[in-house]
Design a protein around this ligand. Structure first.
Ligand code: GMT
Length: 382
């Protein structure tokens, strides 16, 4: 498509939606599009220099009257100024709350000045399945999705849930999460594996933001069952509210010496490249980007069958899925994968499946949506 000037709004943190938004922006910039990130701090994965990448910080100030500074208004004002100053063709907002409603406000302000900017909203997961459904947000979420010029969801399941729980009157395109396979190409760090697993133990990994929805307690219990059967180690990457509980649980189960909490890591691919198994027993998971990253490093998956996970994890091929909370079944299946006879085939299959989600296959899907909404907006204005 022709090169465009696009504004990307996202959470700049380690969360999946921010990672997808940032990696998408980087890939678009490599294709020659000009990409302007509009966020409250530099996105974590914006670690790459390119003449087509720009960053605009949303500044919001406190005032004695405000118990809660109105971030959404500061964001909408920033969008207005970036669209005008940088002559943007399109705004793409990731995670509906509050980005889609802030974009709606910005769009209306710009319209009053004769500037028509199309807005694409990408739904990522908990903005629909958890937070968005909450009655305190639902009317605004429904309205701002319906006011978007293009809407995408990261899995068929998320699309289905959105139609089921909200009165949606627009079409939703499904565009799955993606991976930059060049970056995740296996670079075996054997010295690291030897340091963690000096006696050839199996290496199990979990990464997340350690929120309730990730069922961190199940991760620890599954590992405890594996550990009882075979020599093994668990690496817990990330941080969040459930971490302290998980550390206490490891101590109670007497496995604390074989469970390491590494906190937030940027070069996650280095750890994944030496792992044997990834655990994702989530309560809800619209896609499971962390699992795709593991698969791109040839790591098979034990997951729940929640949300969009069946669209990624192929039962018995790239790993196994069980009902949410069925830790016994997950433990049995984990031991089957870790069996030396089975592991090489699962590893090979995981990588093969991850290749289907390479950025090269997914980027054109976003470009198609951009082109469609830009053309539609131009026709409306004529
Ligand atoms: O809720 C999270 O785990 C973080 C969240 C986010 O938006 O930052 O992740 C969601 O978006 C990811 C990227 O699209 C998906 O891969 C995750 O599955 C999804 N998380 C959930 O649905 C729980």
């Amino acid at each position: 498509m022709d090169q465009i000037n696009i504004g990307i709004v996202c959470y700049p943190t380690f969360g999946g939606s921010g990672v997808v938004a940032t990696e998408l922006g980087k890939a678009l910039a490599k294709e020659g599009h000009r990409v302007h990130f509009i966020t409250y701090s530099q996105p974590t994965r914006l670690d790459f220099l390119n003449e087509n990448l720009f960053y605009h910080e949303v500044e919001f100030h406190s005032y004695p009257l405000f118990e809660y500074p109105p971030y959404e208004l500061a964001l909408a004002s920033k969008m207005v100024s970036v669209v005008k100053n940088e002559k943007l063709d399109l705004l793409h907002v990731h995670y509906a709350i509050p980005h889609a409603s802030a974009a709606y406000v910005a769009k209306q302000i710009l319209k009053s000045e004769g500037i028509y900017i199309p807005v694409v909203t990408t739904l990522h997961g908990t903005d629909i399945t958890l937070v968005g459904k909450d009655p305190s947000y639902e009317p605004v979420v429904t309205f701002s999705i319906n006011q978007s010029d293009g809407v995408t969801a990261v899995s068929e399941d998320l699309r289905r849930e959105t139609y089921e729980h909200f009165k949606i009157t627009v079409d939703i395109d499904v565009i799955p999460n993606f991976i930059d396979l060049d970056k995740f190409k296996k670079q075996k760090k054997d010295h690291f594996k030897k340091a963690i697993c000096p006696n050839g133990e199996s290496l199990v990994v979990h990464t997340s933001n350690f929120r309730k929805v990730k069922r961190i307690g199940d991760v620890i219990q599954i590992f405890a069952n594996i550990h009882q059967a075979i020599p093994s180690k668990l690496l817990m990457i990330g941080d969040g509210p459930e971490r302290a509980k998980a550390e206490a649980q490891s101590r109670e189960l007497g496995i604390e010496n074989d469970v390491r909490f590494l906190g937030k890591l940027e070069a996650i691919e280095e750890v994944l490249s030496v792992a044997d198994l990834f655990l994702m027993p989530s309560e809800k998971e619209s896609f499971g980007l962390a699992a795709l990253e593991a698969m791109a490093c040839e790591v098979p998956l034990i997951s729940s069958n929640a949300g969009g996970l069946p669209e990624l994890n192929v039962q018995g091929i790239t790993g196994f899925m069980s009902e949410v909370g069925d830790v016994e079944d997950m433990s049995r299946k984990a031991l089957f994968i870790l069996d030396k006879k089975n592991l090489p085939t699962f590893k090979e299959n995981a990588l093969k499946r991850a290749r289907e989600f390479d950025i090269a296959n997914i980027l054109p899907l976003y470009e198609r949506v951009y082109q469609r909404v830009i053309e539609k907006t131009a026709k409306t204005v004529e």
